[in-house]
Design a protein around this ligand. Structure first.
Ligand SMILES: Cc1cc2nc3c(=O)[nH]c(=O)nc-3n(C[C@H](O)[C@H](O)[C@H](O)COP(=O)(O)O)c2cc1C
Length: 377
């Protein structure tokens, strides 16, 4: 252990639920569109890619659909079939052989999906409100459509699907599961008063709009111990119906407060991904997000969005976060931990190969060791 290891809070071990993380550097979930096969299963490329990144304290795997109904982004992997579970097992074994730990991220795209995925049938959501975004279909990006409003049976099935997917993830060897509850996807579509116009017990009040989130959480907890379950949330200010409104912050405060009673392993709290100026989230810009939410949540907080080594170290030191998730830096730096340890420069992301296929820009980013060996040759 070098003296750098001792000095940097990012390198101090930390408990997260039932896991003892070797460091506080978390790989954020990153969709990479490499599951281009009819069974929507991960491949050997996934195993190589994640194993390369196993020195993170924890890897959160990419968004993974819980059912065929949840599907809605081309070439992403699912976790509902036997084949998918078998292939995910190859991935988790590869990560574990390198001493790493990995969670699966459970996902339902809802209205972000597209009729192209369902033989021209509409995708489903809380209400028939077009999220006014782009859907990533097998034949490219297309404008989203107004979805069909889910009936009670659809909701019950979706809750069951999340539970089954969580069970599958544990059978596939994951160390835990994270519920994807933010951005523009199904759980957020229910939570958001602009996309949820329901008049039943799933719409109207904050408590009603959050009902699906908690029913899903409880379904997951029927199969996985709470100390192996995390959740990703964060108030967003995006375009169309996903522009922050007067409910956005109170909704998230309510969700955060109620999550305290579940004793989950973590809350991955996303910071601002857009300019909050002039929106009801203005005071949450920068570290304001963590200053606001830290007192509201009594468990492990993973801070995320535009984190640097310095910012991560200081957020942990200040007690505003317990660990730090890095997304884009992990695309190009499989050895992010080693680079932080050495205060080394980072590789740049090659954007055209981020959402692409094959190994280019996926498993061929050089480590510091490879670069040093090359330079000394
Ligand atoms: C290429 C790419 C793919 C992403 N895929 C996912 C995903 O599958 N699930 C998710 O919750 N967030 C996803 N995100 C968001 C990241 O997890 C992370 O929250 C975001 O990039 C902010 O962290 P960063 O500033 O360190 O990149 C993705 C981001 C990028 C850039």
């Amino acid at each position: 252990m070098t003296s750098n290891t001792k000095q940097q809070p990012l390198f101090t071990p930390v408990r997260m639920g039932n896991l003892e993380l070797r460091n506080r550097i978390v790989m954020a979930p990153l969709t990479r569109m490499r599951a281009n096969n009819p069974g929507h299963a991960p491949t050997e490329l996934h195993a190589d890619y994640y194993a390369q990144r196993a020195s993170a304290g924890l890897i959160i795997g990419e968004c993974t659909e819980v059912s065929p109904d949840a599907y809605g982004w081309a070439d992403t992997p699912g976790i509902w079939s036997r084949e998918q579970v078998r292939e995910w097992r190859v991935v988790t074994d590869a990560v574990h052989r390198k001493g790493g730990l990995m969670y699966a991220q459970l996902w339902h795209t809802g209205a972000m999906s597209h009729p192209d995925f369902f033989g021209e049938e509409l995708p489903m959501s809380a209400s028939d409100v077009n999220p006014e975004q782009e859907s990533v279909t097998p034949s490219g990006r297309k404008p989203t459509v107004a979805p069909r409003s889910m009936c009670k049976a659809d909701i019950c099935q979706t809750v069951v699907d999340f539970g089954n997917a969580a069970k599958n993830a544990m059978n596939a060897g994951f160390d835990g599961v994270q519920i994807q509850a933010n951005y523009l996807y199904l759980i957020a579509q229910f939570l958001n008063s602009a996309t949820n116009r329901r008049s039943d017990e799933y719409g109207g009040s904050t408590e009603n709009r959050a009902r699906l989130l908690f029913e899903i959480t409880e379904a997951v907890l029927r199969h996985v111990e709470p100390d192996r379950v995390g959740i990703k949330i964060g108030p967003m200010h995006l375009s169309g119906p996903f522009a922050a409104n007067a409910d956005t912050l109170p909704d998230l405060e309510y969700v955060t407060g109620r999550l305290n009673s579940y004793g989950l392993a973590h809350l991955l709290l996303m910071g601002a991904t857009t300019d909050f100026a002039g929106s009801p989230l203005e005071h949450l810009a920068g570290d304001g997000m963590y200053r606001h939410f830290r007192p509201l949540y009594n468990g492990h907080i993973i801070a995320n969005v535009e984190m640097t080594q310095e910012r991560g170290n200081s957020l942990i030191e200040e007690g505003l976060a317990d660990s730090i998730a890095f997304g884009r830096p992990y695309i190009a730096n499989p050895d992010l931990r080693e680079r932080f340890l050495a205060y080394a420069p980072l590789n740049e992301v090659d954007w055209p190969t981020v959402y692409a296929s094959g190994q280019n820009g996926y498993i061929d980013y050089p480590t510091l060791e490879m670069l040093t060996a090359g330079a000394n040759r």
